[in-house]
Design a protein around this ligand. Structure first.
Ligand SMILES: [Ca+2]
Ligand SMILES: [Ca+2]
Ligand SMILES: [Ca+2]
Length: 561
């Protein structure tokens, strides 16, 4: 069953009316700016809390650069802690991308509960940016459904005063739906998408650079005093830079760093220093959504690492098949062996009889996959950059099941999905057989097939690795909870809590406290002998500066005790 791409794309670019840029305020002599303290804690920031990964543009996870999440943008690249791109028309970028409607929702797709913004908490956006020329207008838009579409959308124009004057600028914006756009959704409740729209001035294709974006919760008593006109600051990469927008005196807008402030554009007579102290950013690395204990390794004694023959049972509509070793990839390109060039198929080696896949245990799949050529979802030559997983099982003999479209962004290579998802989230809507991947004990998945793309022309693909894992579980009564924190501080103390989700109403139990934090990786051996059977959620809490903590950080998958 081929996907009906063009009706699915959900690309409805919203352009913003041209706005007249404001003239930057000119500073006059003023008393020094007062800071709320020499040390203040970083205000809560959505990506930092949701993923322990701020939108600092240090890593590719910070923004998808493919068509859909971006529009009328070319040459988008990360480098030196900055996202750079050219604006080729009225375009946008998506700090939070909803995901393509009708596709498997994974990664940082905004429709997933763990990726949803609480708009009542995070009420301001701040952004540090540069443009090679003044823009014609800009706006911020949001969606509270599974796509950016008018009925689910809200938005507001934003003024990027001074942008294009040869200097970097930092802006703050309180989020509120602007009636002028005629969009229905207020900035309130759960939000699944956030878009920044940028219009070039007529006849220009400016280069835009973004150093960081924050979506933050303003904190009381966090404001500068004595700011009566313009505001300028130095620190964290900025040198006597204008900081403008409503709410610009609230230090909640700024990422961690040490800053000084002025009201004069020549930055004479500074404030005292104010250090915004970073929040911890722990990431629980085990347990995780990916799980552990791979089926092929355990049952076939030969992981699907594609380092040699045996991992692929057979192919359909694939030419040029080759294994690379030792890097390990199965490569090929689609061709019309069985009559459908846009239906290449790679059948994985699966055992027979009791060596087939007991999917009640093995359902956490991670596919590492790349391809040549650009990302393009059109149902056409050089399009069809979606994968799909197909399977057969002994509970439904002869019925071929298939996942929804598996969007293979060229910006990503590692794709993890828990195939235990309900059929409404798992199965292709346009296909007939909607059954779970997980079959009861005693039944098996006997065929597992990865369809690399739906391109109507030859396109090379590279299947690097597939793991089909079980839930994380203790080994001989011990489970090693592991985490790392890129912002670990020497005096941090870490506590770990678990809760048995298999027992309704069960409480959190602290299993460890006073542990050291680590940027490179830390581990705690949880002895599970005294704990009832069940699936346990795990979270870590980091205490910084004594009793202060910054919220809890959940593992993305359970421990099955
Ligand atoms: Ca980041
Ligand atoms: Ca940066
Ligand atoms: Ca192998």
């Amino acid at each position: 069953m081929r996907a009906r791409w063009l009706t699915r794309l959900g690309i409805a670019p919203i352009v913003v009316a041209a706005l007249v840029g404001l003239t930057p305020l000119l500073g006059v002599a003023h008393a020094a700016v007062g800071v709320p303290g020499s040390s203040v804690n970083e205000a809560p920031d959505f990506p930092t809390r949701a993923w322990s990964d701020p939108w600092d543009m240090n890593n590719a996870d910070d923004m998808l650069r493919n068509f859909g999440p971006m529009y009328n943008v070319s040459g988008a690249a990360f480098g030196g802690g900055v996202l750079s791109f050219s604006l080729t028309g009225k375009g946008y970028i998506s700090p939070l991308w909803t995901g393509f409607p009708g596709s498997l929702q994974m990664g940082r797709d905004g429709t997933l509960a763990s990726n949803t913004i609480d708009a009542d908490t995070y009420r301001y956006v701040s952004i540090r940016m540069y443009a090679s020329a003044p823009l014609g207008g800009a706006g911020i838009f949001w969606s509270n459904c599974d796509r950016m579409t008018l009925s689910c959308e809200g938005g507001m124009p934003v003024s990027l005063s001074g942008l294009g004057d040869g200097h970097w600028h930092t802006y703050t914006f309180p989020l509120a739906n602007n009636p002028g756009f005629g969009l229905p959704v207020a900035w309130s409740g759960p939000m699944h998408g956030l878009r920044i729209a940028l219009n070039p001035a007529s006849g220009t294709t400016p280069t835009v650079q973004i150093d960081w974006i924050r979506l933050y919760q303003p904190v009381p008593n966090n404001s500068l005093s004595g700011v009566t006109s313009g505001l300028y600051y130095t620190g964290n990469g900025a040198t006597c830079e204008q900081l403008s927008g409503s709410g610009n005196t609230d230090l909640s807008a700024l990422p961690p760093g040490t800053y000084q402030f002025w009201t004069t554009s020549n930055c004479s007579g500074p404030s005292g220093d104010a250090t915004v102290v970073s929040r911890p950013t722990p990431v629980v690395t085990a347990p995780s959504l990916a799980g552990a204990g791979d089926y092929a390794t355990r049952y076939l004694r030969n992981p699907w690492d594609f380092s040699g023959p045996g991992d692929v049972a057979r192919t359909g509509n694939v030419c040029g098949s080759t294994y690379s070793s030792p890097s390990g990839a199965f490569s090929g390109y689609n061709c019309s062996v069985n009559g459908y060039i846009n239906d290449p198929q790679v059948f994985l080696h699966v055992g027979s009889g009791p060596y087939a896949i007991p999917s009640s245990v093995y359902h956490r799949i991670t596919v590492i996959f790349t391809y040549n050529g650009p990302f393009d979802l059109h149902n056409a030559c050089h399009g069809g950059t979606i994968g799909r997983l197909m399977w057969l099982d002994t509970q439904h003999p002869g019925l071929i099941m298939q996942t929804k479209d598996w969007i293979t962004y060229s910006d990503r290579a590692v794709f993890t999905f828990d195939l235990a998802a309900p059929t409404s989230q798992l199965n292709e809507e346009g296909a007939g057989n909607k059954y779970p991947f997980v079959v009861p004990r005693g039944y098996y998945v006997t065929t597992l097939r990865w369809d690399p793309n739906e391109d109507k022309c030859a396109r090379w693909f590279h299947l690097h690795d597939i793991k089909l894992n079980a839930d994380n579980a203790p080994v001989f009564g011990v489970f090693n909870v592991t985490w790392r924190d890129a912002r670990a501080a020497p005096a941090d103390k870490v506590s770990i809590f678990v809760r048995n989700t298999s027992v309704v109403g069960s409480a959190w139990t602290q299993i460890a406290s006073g542990l050291a934090n680590s940027a490179t990786g830390a581990s705690y051996a949880w002895h599970t002998a005294g704990f009832a059977h069940g699936k346990y959620r795990v979270l870590v809490r980091v205490f910084r500066n004594g009793t202060l903590y910054f919220g809890d950080f959940s593992a993305t998958g359970p421990v099955s005790v």
